[in-house]
Design a protein around this ligand. Structure first.
Ligand code: IFM
Length: 449
């Protein structure tokens, strides 16, 4: 067993919590005026989701939110990161407001505050309204403008109660997994479209920050990026070069525009033939100051130079003896420590928080009602240890959120992956706190003492 770090390594006020996103848990896709998103369309297209499932019902959180918040309170969670479904608020993506959509998030936020849990809101966790997808999705700049309008509507209703806002969750995934790998909506496999989507997503972030600051100058604004360290699986300059390219595509392509106002030159040179059009003021808009950076960390990429594979020509290798989750992701806490210290050194965000960290495991509830998810307990202990080391080295880390609060719809993998602290029996919607939830509860309680 991996030991949890000394809770005293985390300063008073540090927040421990968990995260989810709207389409993955809410269900109720046609209720109270919600419009369709491109994830509804994608999930309902035969053959695209591993277990042929959809988010139509998911964890039925739209109806069970109060029970779920009670469970969070019982575990002692101090912060909860949720996302706001754009198609609930603006069913056509722009224009007509659906007040019932905002009512739901208002109930949620007030319910969190009543239970002493700090709300962190994410404005875009991949559920683009279908009418905007039909009008060009992230291929057109207008979608960035529409996102800013949506963001302001949400801020107007909830700005006085949400502690921390993130514009986008993982624009890299939206761009690359959706437009190059074809595994997420809209399911394309086109590099030029991918880079255009990435640029327009970054513009959407910039426009939203600008509009939100104008709407509520004191709001705490940032973005959530998925980050991944790369290591060479064999010695040699060609493998080191593959590491640098993979890092450039995965990490620097998003971090550099946001924090340095430029795309990384080495990767941009390799992408020269497929670079999107970049307006004169675009990078200034993208790189305006933000208050925090949320990072989603799961694993590393241990790679070899592989010229026969798609750019960045880096093929991932298994590490012998390491533990892998059911996502085939290695449990490597040191990568989180390395990433945190590097972010601080290279980008110096004002504050950093772990917006997602966790592991999918083959969890079952035993006959005695317990879910013995020992691998996840180890994963959390190890990664909290990595956070403690980064804090000791001066990284301005102020919150740690587990992905996920409960098992949910894992996108193209449907319900085959269980990431939750809380087990969900989808047939009955029964929730069971796993051993990891209880261990996390005890750790949080020890920190409070
Ligand atoms: O489930 C996802 C989440 O929506 C975004 N970050 C990664 C998680 C696990 O794949």
């Amino acid at each position: 067993m991996t030991a949890f770090p000394d809770p005293a390594a985390f300063p008073p006020g540090f927040k421990f919590g968990a995260a989810t996103s709207a389409y993955q848990i809410e269900g109720a896709v046609a209720e109270d005026g919600r419009g369709p998103s491109w994830w509804d369309t994608f999930a309902h297209t035969p053959g695209l989701i591993r277990d042929a499932s959809t988010g139509d019902i998911a964890c039925d959180h739209y109806h069970r939110w109060a029970e779920d918040l009670d469970l969070m309170q019982g575990l002692g969670l101090e912060a909860y990161r949720f996302s706001v479904a754009w198609p609930r608020v603006l069913p056509e993506g722009r224009g007509r407001l659906n007040p019932a959509g905002l009512d739901f998030y208002e109930r949620l936020v007030d319910g969190l505050l009543a239970r002493g849990i700090t709300p962190y809101a994410t404005l875009y966790h991949w559920d683009l309204p279908q009418p905007l997808a039909d009008a060009g999705g992230w291929q057109v700049r207008e979608t960035a403008e529409a996102f800013a309008e949506f963001s302001v509507q949400v801020m107007r209703r909830l700005g006085d109660r949400v502690a921390r806002w993130a514009t986008l969750n993982e624009p890299r995934c939206s761009a690359y997994v959706g437009h190059l790998e074809g595994r997420h909506a809209p399911g394309w496999t086109d590099l030029a479209a991918t880079l255009k989507a990435a640029h327009h997503l970054l513009l959407a972030h910039g426009r939203a920050v600008q509009a939100l600051r104008a709407e509520r100058p004191g709001a705490s604004l940032g973005i959530v990026l998925d980050v991944k360290p790369f290591t060479a699986a064999a010695p040699g300059a060609e493998h080191e070069a593959a590491v640098r390219r993979a890092d450039g595509v995965f990490n620097r392509w998003f971090l550099d525009p946001i924090f340095k106002g430029r795309y990384p030159e080495d990767i941009a040179a390799d992408y020269a033939a497929v670079m999107p059009g970049i307006g004169a003021d675009d990078l200034a808009l993208i790189s305006q100051p933000i208050d925090h950076l949320g990072i989603n960390y799961y694993t590393r990429g241990h790679v070899l130079h592989a010229p026969e594979t798609r750019y960045p020509h880096a093929a991932e290798q298994r590490v012998p003896g390491a533990h892998y989750s059911t996502m085939e992701w290695e449990d490597w806490p040191e990568g989180l420590h390395l990433m945190l210290t590097r972010l601080q050194r290279d980008y110096a965000p004002k504050a950093i928080y772990i917006a997602e960290n966790g592991a999918a495991e083959p969890d079952v509830v035993d006959a005695d009602g317990r879910c013995r998810d020992t691998a996840r307990v180890n994963y959390l202990a190890g990664h909290l240890g990595a956070c403690a080391r980064a804090l000791a080295e001066g990284v301005p880390l102020d919150a740690y959120l587990v992905w996920s609060f409960m098992d949910n719809f894992e996108w193209g993998r449907g319900y085959t992956q269980r990431f939750g602290l809380v087990h969900v029996d989808y047939a009955t919607q029964r929730r069971t706190a796993k051993d990891s939830a209880l261990a996390y509860r005890d750790f949080i309680a020890a920190h409070r003492r």
